[in-house]
Design a binder for this molecule. Structure first.
Ligand SMILES: [Zn+2]
Length: 282
């Protein structure tokens, strides 16, 4: 099997160590991965859900401010320990006034990129612009959830075409996750059109499910048929506590075989494109 760079993995346990993460990567056949800081909203979802609807967004921001530095430091520590295997992504709430500062602090601590899920705001919301400016200055990639959310929160903020606004930051390296499923055509158009007409735009997509297997072949056929292969990253949306990566790799191989994807294209999608996007050299 080729080298695999899994660019989309969630950390679901604060108790883990870099050694645990690497052991699971070895089991799944992953050489390098991006581990996203623990999702603070998920751990606090019951408390947040018990609040009146109108107070939840503000409460989320408060919880983020309280817990994000420790969450981001946790994954940054793993990346410092195993830079040969782990890249850390810091979790940022762009609506919080402290977001630009925390992004900078987390990158200084060792995070190689930023993860954002748009909750209650669109990508073109002016309140996010300061943090985009800062991430662009920091010169690190930002991974956005794109497409339907699996947890019942409103996905309209994550429709791929809404991310067109980010092309106003041409140096910002943006990853739209999940092929934007079920709005895959929209994601392909958003990534493809932007870069066809503005060669300096820096938007790519990841293949992380997202799409259930029955839809994934069709979505991947379209993405690979339209976009240059260099604009596609491999990701599994695995959890640091499960072995999902192994299954997604198997499924991806099955689809690549059906679609007749060349070894050269696979090597780029599984490995080289992520190395180039994160500017690492192995
Ligand atoms: Zn994810």
């Amino acid at each position: 099997m080729m080298d695999i760079f899994d660019t989309h993995v969630h950390c679901l346990s604060w108790e883990q160590t870099a050694a645990d993460i690497v052991a699971q990567m070895d089991e799944c056949g992953v050489r390098m991965e991006c581990v996203i800081a623990p999702p603070i909203w998920y751990e606090n979802r019951q408390a947040l859900a018990s609040l009146p609807r109108s107070e939840r967004r503000k409460a989320f921001s408060r919880v983020w401010r309280e817990k994000a530095p420790a969450a981001n430091d946790l994954v940054a520590g793993w990346a410092r320990e195993r830079p040969d295997r782990i890249l850390a992504l810091a979790w940022i709430d762009p609506l919080h006034p402290e977001a630009p500062h925390e992004a900078e602090r987390a990158v200084e601590a060792g995070c190689a990129g930023i993860k954002i899920i748009n909750i209650g705001h669109y990508p073109w919301d002016e309140r996010c612009f300061d943090v985009y400016d800062r991430i662009e200055q920091l010169d690190v990639p930002v991974l956005f959830h794109a497409g339907i959310l699996g947890d019942g929160r409103n996905s309209r903020f994550s429709r791929p075409a809404e991310f067109e606004a980010l092309k106003e930051w041409p140096k910002l390296r943006v990853i739209l996750a999940h092929m934007g499923w079920p709005w895959t055509d929209e994601a392909i158009a958003t990534v493809g059109m932007g870069r066809l007409y503005n060669p300096t735009a820096n938007m790519v997509m990841d293949l992380a499910p997202g799409a259930p297997l029955a839809w994934r072949e069709d979505a991947m056929a379209k993405a690979l048929g339209y976009l240059p292969h260099e604009w596609i990253l491999f990701g599994t949306d695995g959890k640091s506590t499960d072995g999902k990566a192994a299954r997604v790799i198997r499924e991806t191989e099955y689809i690549f075989n059906k679609l007749g994807v060349s070894d050269e294209a696979r090597r780029k999608i599984y490995w080289q494109n992520a190395c180039d996007f994160y500017r690492i050299n192995y």
